[in-house]
Design a protein. Structure first.
Length: 215
């Protein structure tokens, strides 16, 4: 009995629809209205590059926003990738009860963003926050930073909280790649005298990277 080609497509359509409507669609719409004098309650008039010229010449906040975006991306992207890979290696061990830690590390992904925001706002609170309490009582710092009020700290706090929120998602992706590596190769490297770091560097990491499919 031949499998029907459209059955897998039915499972992909909901996610693909959400991607088009909420991600790709708004990106293209933003690119279009960037070249127009557009109002949600009026008509759109094509103005060419005038909006971008105004943005670079007269809007001083644009450069501050651009700087914050670059800082946020520079902290979040390598941070979440590196930590997710480390967690994936940890939870890939053949240990009793390791499934509990897999669920534990993945829990922030399915936890409400509002709940995570409330918890971390308490942790980084200026007056009653847990971190500042430790800084005052343990390290005797009388004037700890206002983590969420001072711009030089807030951008890193926001990036760190979002790393906490998304790290479990990327951990699962890395874990799937790690579990696809034959255990015999890792055991052979260990038998040959390779240390754990050498096994990870020369065997685990290269084999977890995408490989071209054979034709």
């Amino acid at each position: 009995m031949h499998s029907k080609w459209y059955v897998p497509l039915l499972f992909v359509i909901p996610a693909l629809t959400g991607l088009l409507v909420f991600r790709i669609g708004p990106i293209f719409f933003s690119m279009i209205i960037g070249f127009t004098d557009w109002s949600p309650f009026g008509e759109a008039h094509f103005v060419g590059l005038e909006n971008f010229q105004f943005l670079f010449e007269s809007d001083s906040e644009f450069y501050e926003i651009l700087k914050n975006t670059l800082i946020y991306s520079g902290v979040f992207v390598p941070g979440v990738m590196l930590l997710a890979l480390i967690l994936a290696v940890v939870v890939n061990q053949k240990l009793k009860g390791i499934e509990f830690f897999r669920v534990l590390f993945f829990t922030p992904v399915i936890t409400s963003t509002v709940a995570i925001g409330i918890v971390w706002s308490w942790i980084f609170g200026t007056d009653l926050g847990a971190i500042n309490y430790i800084l005052r009582s343990v390290l005797n710092i009388s004037d700890p930073p206002a983590w969420l009020r001072e711009s030089e700290y807030a951008i890193f706090v926001v990036a760190g909280v979002y790393i906490f929120k998304r790290i479990g998602y990327y951990m699962i992706i890395f874990l799937a790649g790690l579990q696809d590596i034959p255990r015999s190769l890792i055991e052979a490297a260990s038998i040959d005298g390779a240390k754990k770091w050498q096994v990870f560097r020369d065997v685990t990491l290269p084999l977890s990277l995408p490989r071209p499919s054979s034709s």
